[in-house]
Write a protein that binds this ligand. Structure first.
Ligand code: 5AD
Length: 450
């Protein structure tokens, strides 16, 4: 067989890092001449135009994530031609390979570690019959960072993967089983890469990892890494993805005070009850968490603070849940991701017997979601009439300016020609529960290089 794939459709699930790895797969396939696109599961359909490749990049954080990934697989199986190839990868593929391999129509299950070799693997399948492909190529550890480097010029900000894996053992969490031990990318490589990004005219990077706070390379922790980036670049802004509370120490507090570090942090709380935090094996107290938030607000008063909350962890009483709600209110989180506890095989909490009934979990989740929506509205409302730094993003529905403190401001139709990546000042004009609208008031000419 010598019949190359013409088109590839990638369906991503889960966290920012996984989505970004899906982007890297797209870029790699494009580099080898395949017309690759990221699509939403609802867009899955058969492809009449030559051999097609479908990649489902799965997530397994909760059983709902598994279900969503499986549904996408079934959809592809229902529409694919015999000559098409269905690859399943991502965290679910890493932890439950056999289960996914046994689904009829799945041609190949790939570990996260094999993502960097996607082009080679697809090439092998182009030139051989499916049954003749033996082992997939081996990947070097350093590749798991560099394969995410190819840039997509349509993107406004560049995700930089600096860490993977997690050594924590939170009693509910399956992710360490999927991502393995914590490893960090050389800070020399990170700095070189960020310098290149800056030269190309991008105005912002997002440092990402599975457990970003645990970054450690050659004696430098996350604060050390940020310091190196600031020292070796001129103006590019740094946004940080999720950082666990334990990593907020003096060095990090000092460095995040820098103006080039965006006033936007995601710090997973999980519960407002010390008793539940202990059962979750989260190594901090509520008192400590509150002091972290207070300290960040001292140096960055308009900061966006996002968090994750799990409702219905085994043994969570009504009082524990109320503590989570009142802490959400007290800390005025700008956004809250609410998760319904999902027992995951292989985790410590899986064997707990004091489970909260499903109906109670659903009720609590609804209450927490409503509160999250209100808090987010109140946060955005504070900035009505104010002007903030922002970066332009282009979407099918129009242009949005994403502010330094992560408010997505939809621009008027007349400003649709704003160029992506541009750094601007935006006036926030109207905030409603579902939307923020505004207007660009000036463009930072020095920094536009599109
Ligand atoms: N059930 C519900 N939520 C979970 N998370 C992780 N594991 C589980 C689970 N078993 C949530 C946590 C974490 C986020 C990425 O996913 O809130 O911060």
């Amino acid at each position: 067989m010598n019949d190359r794939f013409k088109k590839a459709f990638i369906i991503n699930f889960g966290c920012k890092l996984n989505q970004f790895e899906g982007e890297a797969l797209k870029q790699a396939l494009k580099g080898s001449g395949i017309e690759a696109r990221i699509i939403h599961p609802s867009e899955i359909k058969g492809c009449d135009d030559g051999r097609a490749l479908f990649i489902i990049n799965t997530c397994t954080v909760t059983s709902k994530s598994d279900r969503k990934s499986r549904n996408a697989i079934y959809r592809v199986v229902g529409v694919k031609k015999k000559s098409d190839l269905l690859i399943v990868t991502g965290c679910y593929a890493q932890t439950d390979r056999m289960e996914l391999e046994s689904i009829e129509g799945v041609d190949l299950v790939l570990d996260n570690l094999q993502k960097p070799r996607i082009s080679d693997i697809v090439n092998m399948y182009s030139y051989k019959a499916k049954s003749d492909v033996e082992d997939t190529p081996v990947v070097k550890e350093s590749d798991i960072f560099s394969y995410t480097d190819p840039l997509d010029i349509n993107r406004s900000r560049v995700f930089v993967k600096v860490q993977d894996g997690c050594d924590m053992r939170c009693s509910y969490c399956k992710i360490p089983l999927a991502r393995g031990k914590s490893i960090s990318r050389s800070y020399y490589d990170v700095v070189d890469y960020v310098k290149r990004i800056e030269e190309l005219g991008y105005n912002e990077i997002v440092l990402t990892g599975i457990n970003l706070g645990s970054y450690m390379y050659g004696g430098k922790d996350l604060a050390g890494l940020i310091e190196e980036i600031l020292k070796n670049t001129r103006t590019i802004g740094i946004r940080l993805s999720s950082i666990e509370p334990m990593y907020f120490k003096k060095g990090l507090f000092d460095i995040i005070g820098d103006n080039r570090v965006a006033p936007h942090f995601h710090i997973p709380l999980q519960s407002g009850s010390d008793r539940i935090l202990r059962a979750m094996r989260r190594p901090y107290t509520i008192e400590r968490f509150v002091s972290i938030v207070d300290k960040i607000r001292e140096s960055k008063p308009d900061v966006h603070i996002a968090t994750d909350i799990i409702v219905g962890f085994p043994g969570e009483t009504e009082i524990d849940f109320e503590k989570s709600c009142s802490l959400m209110e007290e800390l005025r989180f700008s956004s809250v991701h609410v998760f319904k506890y999902s027992p995951r095989k292989g985790t410590e909490a899986y064997s707990h017997t004091n489970n909260v009934p499903e109906i109670v979990k659903s009720e609590r989740s609804e209450v927490a979601h409503r509160m999250a929506d209100r808090l987010n509205y109140e946060f955005r409302k504070n900035f009505e009439g104010k002007v903030r730094d922002a970066i332009i993003e282009k979407h099918e529905y129009g242009c949005i300016a994403v502010t330094d403190n992560y408010i997505k401001v939809l621009l008027k139709d007349s400003q649709k020609d704003c160029k992506p990546r541009m750094r601007v000042k935006v006036r926030i004009e109207r905030v409603t529960s579902g939307q923020t609208t505004g207007e660009v008031v000036s463009v930072n000419r020095n920094m536009v290089n599109t």
